[in-house]
Design a protein around this ligand. Sequence first.
Ligand code: ASP
Ligand code: MG
Length: 452
Amino acid sequence: MTIVMKFGGTSVADAEHIREVARIVRERLARKPVVIVSAHAGVTDQLDQIGRDAVLGHADAAPLAERHAKLLHDLGLDPSLLAPLLHEIETLLKGIELVRELSARTRDMVHSFGERLSVRTVAAHFCSVGIPAVAIDAFDAGLITDSNYGRARPLPEAEKKIYETLRNIPGVPVITGYIGKDLNGHITTLGRNGSDYSGAIFGNALNVEEIQIWTDVDGVMTADPRVVPLAQSIPEMTYEEAGELAYYGGKVLHPATIQPAVAKKIPVRVLNTKKPVSPGTLIEQRVPGDALPVTSITSRRGVAMLNVISTRMLGQSGFMARLFDEFGKREIVIDHIATSEVSVTLTTDAHSDLESIERALKEIADLEVERGKATVSIVGRGMRSHPEVVSKALLTLHQAGIAPQLITQSALRSSLSLLVEESQASAAVRALHQSFFEMAPADIPRAARAGA
Ligand code: ASP
Ligand code: MG
């Protein structure tokens, strides 16, 4: 098996898309693909809602069953194909209605049906058009995980298990994304949008030549095309850039996705199911040739800025440790930090329980919390040899009337992040995209052109 092809929810949204997926896979049969699929678009959200309704005593799985029945009908497949799984959901929901309780473990079980249903439909369609395929639940293909429900990670033994299990499968395995099982046999999920991660886990275990992430956009773009109409597809980028982009709000890849691919330096290609001939984006360890100063511009909303003002011990050893410990205990992730003599400014997800941090730190610091912020990030390996990117970015924002409140640049210098008001995030992305990507070379200051 030499390639992994992962298809996201929108790529398998309806019968028409599933037919297209079959055509795409058929053209690549010589590369012995392993196919990973998500639930049909919207199904995981629907399952999540049904689970919550069950806790209140009124679960209704009928719309879900109807959607899947329609898919089977539209694809001309056996209408009873999914009956056992749909029955299983009904039983599970009855159980939840009885106990009126939905633990993280049970929620994972509820969510798992999305992918378990979709692989069966997709594989049956493949078979009906002459592609020898077999539907496999990831946990039957060796994906064993820890028991962190809702954000499980594969155990080290998974790699060998996956390899051993899939080695001798005849035909094309069509495997569930997003889910696994822990050592007690309970179903786990890898976190929302986790199917890309599954793709990378299987690609790593099988030592494939390439992991293909098939989605509904032309690869990774220079900016979110909904914000910037002139955004372009990026032909090539490094793992490091992709990781930074995902972290700073790029929607195309799950942040942890890249890890299993990076571990074995497996190239990841992001492709468009609606336009299979376009080359998409190739993500690799190293990209030959000169890099442009900037690869992509992204933003992340829902950020809170915290000013920690020390009442007595900033500058003394142990203060930072104490501060971060409070975040660590609550599993709140800190994104950016700037320090001065009397205060520490940091950013985090605005949904975090910051009030409890405030209480915990009362004796040593005052905390000012400002929500409604966004980080706008400029990512590019070329920034290392183009220090003028920083001044150009600040000047661009200044001209757009936007004053960043916190500026951070990573030591690797492949990203620059600017904290702005959430209401200014789109304007900031547009202005930066215009000045880094849309200006004719003559408009670009000489320094920015050098080596580009
Ligand atoms: N179906 C899951 C979700 O919607 C996983 C995925 O699509 O990647 O989050
Ligand atoms: Mg997805």
